[in-house]
Design a protein around this ligand. Structure first.
Ligand SMILES: Nc1ncnc2c1ncn2[C@@H]1O[C@H](COP(=O)(O)OP(=O)(O)O)[C@@H](O)[C@H]1O
Ligand SMILES: [Mg+2]
Length: 347
C-alpha cells in the first residue's frame, strides 16, 4: 500500500482513519441498508479520525522527537538548527530519524573514546613526571641532609655535596624548561614565525654551541661532504635551532668517544629539503625505534638517565616538525649508529 519504511504522520493518519471508517460504514449499511447513510458515516468518521490522529501524532510524538533532535544537535549553529527544525525534520521519516540518532550515538562514542585516551595520557604523563622529579629531588634532599648532619664541617665534602646538589637542580631546571616547551607546543599556544634562512648556517651554529660537549668525548662534528652548497629553507628558525640542538646533543650523548656526528642536507624535490643528523654511536635496538619520539621514552632507562636527559627532547622535535606540517624519522642499528632526519619546505 505504502512504504512502511517511510511512514509520515499523514500516511499513518490516513491508514488508521481508513481502518476505522470502513468498518463503521459497513456497520451502518448492515443496520440501515441505506448506502447513502453508510457513505456519510464513513466520510464523517474518516475525516474526524484522520484529523484527530494526525493532530495527536504531530502534537505529541513528532514534537517530542523534535525536542530530542534539538538536544542532539544543540552544538549546531542556531540559524542552521532553526532551518533544520522547520524544513528538513518534518520531512524525515521515523527511520531516518532513527539512523540519524544512531549516527549521533556513534559520534558520541568516539568523543568518549577520545576523552578516555586523553585521561589515560594525562595519568601516564603525571606518573612519568613524578618519577622524573623524584630522582633529582631525593638526591638534593640527601646532600642537604648530609651537610646538616655534619658534612658542613668538612670543606672538601661541603664543596662536593653542593656541586652534586647543584647538578641535580640543573636537571630539574632542564626538565621544567622542556615541560614548559612541550605543553606550549601541545596546546598550540606557540605560533610559528617562519622566515627564509640558510640551513647550513644554523647547523654550524649548533655545532659551535655544542663544541664543548663534543670536545669532552673527542667527537668531530661536520657537514657531510657534498652537502655544503647553501640551501635556503622556509621555517621557524628558532624552533629549528631547538630541533638541531636536541638531535646533535643526542648524537653526542649517545655517540662513542672519538666518533663522528655528521649533518646531511638534501634537496628531495622542488619543494622539500631533507636534513639528517647521523652518529656512529651506540644505536637504538629495533624494538625501541617506533617509540623514541614518545614523551619520557628512553631505550635503556639506566644508561640514558645517567647521561642526564629529560626524555622529552625527541618529543619536542616531533612536535616542532609536525607543526611545520612535515615529518621526522629515524634509522638506526645497534652499535653502528643512528640517523634522524626531518623535512622542511624550501625557501
Ligand atoms: N642518536 C641517538 N643514538 C642512540 N639513542 C638515541 C639517540 N637519540 C635518541 N636516542 C634514544 O632515544 C631516547 C629519547 O631521546 P630524547 O627524547 O632526546 O631523550 P633524552 O633526554 O634521554 O636524550 C634517548 O633516551 C635514547 O635512548
Ligand atoms: Mg635528548
Amino acid at each position: 500500500m505504502f512504504n512502511t519504511k517511510n511512514i509520515s504522520p499523514d500516511n499513518l493518519s490516513f491508514f488508521t482513519a481508513v481502518c476505522l471508517s470502513v468498518p463503521v460504514g459497513i456497520a451502518f449499511y448492515i443496520i440501515s441498508f441505506k448506502w447513502i447513510d453508510a457513505l456519510i458515516a464513513l466520510v464523517i468518521v474518516f475525516i474526524l479520525s484522520f484529523f484527530l490522529i494526525r493532530f495527536v501524532l504531530n502534537k505529541f510524538i513528532y514534537r517530542k522527537i523534535k525536542v530530542i533532535y534539538k538536544y542532539i544537535y544543540q552544538t549546531k549553529a542556531n540559524k542552521r538548527e532553526e532551518i533544520y527544525q522547520k524544513y528538513i525534520l518534518p520531512k524525515k521519516s521515523i527511520e531516518e530519524v532513527n539512523s540519524d540518532v544512531e549516527k549521533w550515538a556513534e559520534q558520541q562514542a568516539a568523543v568518549i573514546d577520545d576523552l578516555k585516551n586523553n585521561e589515560r595520557y594525562r595519568r601516564e604523563f603525571l606518573q612519568n613526571l613524578a618519577h622524573e622529579i623524584k630522582t633529582p629531588i631525593f638526591a638534593i634532599q640527601g646532600y642537604i641532609d648530609s651537610l646538616l648532619d655534619g658534612a658542613l664541617e668538612n670543606p672538601s665534602l661541603t664543596k662536593k655535596f653542593l656541586e652534586n646538589a647543584s647538578r641535580n637542580v640543573g636537571r630539574m631546571v632542564e626538565l621544567v624548561r622542556d615541560l614548559d616547551e612541550i605543553t606550549k607546543l601541545e596546546s598550540g599556544e606557540q605560533l610559528l614565525h617562519k622566515k627564509k634562512f640558510i640551513i647550513q648556517e644554523i647547523i654550524r651554529e649548533v655545532f659551535e654551541t655544542l663544541s664543548r660537549k663534543a670536545g669532552e668525548k673527542n667527537i668531530h662534528c661536520s657537514i657531510k661532504k657534498g652537502c655544503e652548497q647553501p640551501v635556503e629553507v622556509f621555517a621557524d628558525k628558532e624552533k629549528i635551532v631547538r630541533v638541531l640542538i636536541n638531535l646533535v646533543s643526542n648524537a653526542i650523548k649517545y655517540g662513542k668517544n672519538d666518533g663522528h656526528v655528521t649533518a646531511g642536507v638534501y634537496n628531495t624535490d622542488e619543494q622539500h629539503v631533507l636534513i639528517e643528523i647521523s652518529d656512529d654511536g651506540i644505536g637504538i635496538a629495533e624494538q625501541h625505534l617506533s617509540r623514541i619520539f614518545e614523551r619520557f621514552y628512553r631505550t635503556d632507562t639506566g644508561r640514558s638517565r645517567n647521561t642526564g636527559g629529560t626524555g622529552l627532547g625527541l618529543a619536542i622535535c616531533k612536535h616542532i616538525i609536525e607543526a611545520h606540517g612535515k615529518s621526522i624519522h629515524v634509522r638506526s642499528k645497534e652499535d653502528v649508529g643512528t640517523t634522524i632526519g626531518f623535512t622542511l619546505d624550501k625557501g
